[in-house]
Design a binder for this molecule. Sequence first.
Ligand code: MG
Length: 390
Amino acid sequence: MNRFAITTLALPLFTTAVLADGAFYGDPPDKTHPWAVHDMNRPQPVRVEPGTFSSQDKPGAPPSDAVILFGGKPEEIEKWISDKPNGEATKWVVKDSVLQCVPGSGYIRTKEEFADCQLHIEWSAPSKVEGNSQGRGNSGVFLMGAVEVQVLDNYNNPSYPDGMASSIYGINPPMANPLRAPGEWQTYDIIFRKSVFKDGQEIDPGYITVFVNGVLTQDHTPLEGGGGHMRRSKPKAFPEKGPLKIQDHGNPVRFRNIWYRPLPKRFVDGGESSRMSEEATAAKRAEIAQGIREDAAKLEGNTKMLRLFESLCYAENGGARELATVAVNDFAVAMKAVPSGKLESKKGEIMQVTKALRYLAQWQLLPKDFTAKNDLEAIIKVQDWEPKKK
Ligand code: MG
């Protein structure tokens, strides 16, 4: 029988349960996983109000936690400067709520600096088609100012594949060419992860994933140092943060709806994810255990006792073990004293506590046999409360 079946059978019976969902349920924390499987002590995901999709006529709304780099307001040009060494104001213009490259004025970059991110940007190549190959509607989006996701009008315009629209320029061609006609808006959704170095050694090359107009074109492509023109790049460490740059390649390409969301650190970068280093896991488990003990201190009765036992799944603590053990012994003694005919009203509590004790014994956090557990098991057996297996 699978766990889900047990749950659906058991839940309606245990209506007295006040315990947090998920305790004594999935496999417990281990050396590299600070949380149990299906652990309700894990933080809830941050709430984000989603945005809306763009149409050709109208840019969509960004999600609620996006950092807006250009949303259509003329004053947002202030968020950008020329990429020339003196960092002067850019000569690019905002016209009709659109940011437009002024050919010959040079690259622009954001004042804002960031690294791992989800980036959204929309661009439109000139509708009057001029030039071919790399000369038509060329620009580029440079993550951390270094890795170019190519912007190019490749609608009926072949070029070298590792330089086509949404290529990681000089590294990897896009897997498809889903561009719309020039003059129409194209959407890039990019997930960028910088390389991670430790003691001068690359432990993660960094990756980039790109959707063009909703079509996947780069699937977790390794950065290989970031690429470039003509020369093969070598793996390299990136700084902590960097600006977003947009290229002036001599074409008046237009941009709108530019925003990013910073992303949490990955496992390799010391982040808290499904899997963590043994050292980080031990520290996190101690922190979770302490939080549960603090929560238990505000509770009473079996709820408190079970919460204290639950804390032992994360980290041993003599005080918590002592308190919970005394409480479970008292509970078993009290239940043994209840006349058989009145035990039915205690069924929920007894089953809940025993289920926890079984789980703790299964994972060697409590002995398999001890008086309180044996007494409760005996009551369940005599009362024939065990859900029947199908
Ligand atoms: Mg370019």
